[in-house]
Design a protein around this ligand. Sequence first.
Ligand code: HH2
Length: 292
Amino acid sequence: MRAMGPSRRPAPSVTVGTCRLRLDAPRIIGIVNVTPDSFSGDGIADDAEAAISRGKAMFSDGADIVDIGGESTRPGADPVSVETEVSRTIGVVEALSAHRPGRVSIDTYKPDVAERALFGGASVINDVTGLRDPRMREVAAEHGASVIIMHMKGEPRTMQKSPRYEDVVAEVAAFLQDRVSDAEDAGIRPDRIMVDPGIGFGKTVDHNLEIIDRLSELKALGKPIVIGVSRKSFIGKISGLPPEERLEGSLAAAVLAVRNGADIVRVHDVRETARAFRVAAPLVGRGRRQEG
Ligand code: HH2
């Protein structure tokens, strides 16, 4: 792990497209899965119009960014080809980028898919492999993209097979710090980099709970913290409820993540999350949202 500079102050904003998003109140990323097999059951492959409508509704419900994915990364998922992923996502990326320029993200770890999406108007690359592929870093730097660098232990097919850590938060922080340094070395602008501990990606329920509890320790990275708790299986394991009944658990986890330092929360249920944050954010000292 490279030097982390524990006294660095948390970033107050992140640049996305031509916009500087202030992070004095929590921000929301809405999820649009153009897939047949997403874990939460929200996927809508082969229906670009429905995906576009869902994305537009998310923007009007309070999403700051909409994240479009064309491949499920649920545990055990099989990878899909670049062609399939592009054909699922590109029309949705183009339409939503025209609707809200600068506020569309592509959820992919494949540089070719990311590049097509950036040409189609996307401004953010959300990479669950943390920009491990050097070409992904080049693509992001060349296009001036913003990036979400996520931690995953292993790969989706096998990541939930007995994941082990000495200290999960320290290991996630060290990984993210290394990937941030690589990203900056590749020319990605420091104010366009966000980090995400990757809830559910090679982690047990206890690992996920510990990460959410100790989230403030990731502030030492000096980057905005994104987190995805929405409908995740740890909520199912605790509540005994299936993905379509995990809204309340998702809201509870999102609010506590914000209290513990999350700046941006990636969710399936934008309207409900925005309403919950409107009340919870001032209560946990994260202010009211200011435009900008
Ligand atoms: N979780 C999923 C996918 N992408 N990206 C970030 N940055 N953080 C996350 O926690 C995260 C992510 C999995 O959720 P979802 O997209 O709903 O499911 P699937 O991968 O099955 O489509």
